[in-house]
Design a binder for this molecule. Structure first.
Ligand code: CDP
Ligand code: ZN
Length: 157
């Protein structure tokens, strides 16, 4: 078994949809990025790649490659699951922290868990989603960005 860690941050701006773990959340501002800027899927993808010692998503999907413009984070995550699967690794459990001053994530946790579980081939009981504000300080607390951290355990064979 191996463990992997992932992190991602995207800036918040008006006129963008807010998509976290594949869940479209009604909010006046959304995350800015070359792709759909789904910080949850990006952090989880990096955690999986880390566990399999396969680098990071920027190596596999360079953000200056126009092919990935608006790339659906769920597709990227599914491709990473397949990539580590090809190397013999499958996820066992996942834990995620979303750092966001707003909006409230708790009403969306179950939907995010279900999405993550489906893509990783896990039961929703093997996936946990936590949320923290930034206590109104720093870029998270001022509502300038949303971050996500993920830890995953994988097994070979
Ligand atoms: O209470 P504590 O300082 O540990 O955490 P907090 O950042 O004040 O957040 C309190 C609780 O609010 C968290 O445990 C989450 O369940 C929830 N929360 C949320 O639903 N959405 C957020 N964007 C941030 C926190
Ligand atoms: Zn990202």
């Amino acid at each position: 078994m191996r463990v992997g860690i992932g992190h991602d941050t995207h800036r918040l701006a008006e006129g963008r949809p807010l998509i976290l773990g594949g869940v479209v959340i009604d909010h006046p501002r959304g995350l800015v990025g070359h792709s759909d800027a789904d910080v949850v899927f990006h952090a989880v993808a990096d955690a999986l790649l880390g566990a399999a010692a396969l680098g990071d998503i920027g190596e596999h999907y360079p953000d200056d490659d126009p092919h990935w413009e608006g790339l659906d984070g769920s597709r990227l995550l599914a491709e990473v699951v397949a990539l580590i699967g090809g190397a013999g690794w499958r996820p066992l459990n996942l834990d995620v922290i979303v750092h966001a001053q707003e909006p409230k994530i708790t009403p969306h946790k179950t939907a995010i868990r279900v999405n993550l579980a489906r893509i990783l081939g896990l039961e929703p009981t093997a996936v946990n989603v936590k949320a923290k504000t930034g206590e109104r300080v720093g870029p998270i607390g001022r509502g300038e960005a949303i971050s996500c951290e993920a830890v995953v355990l994988v097994v070979h064979g």
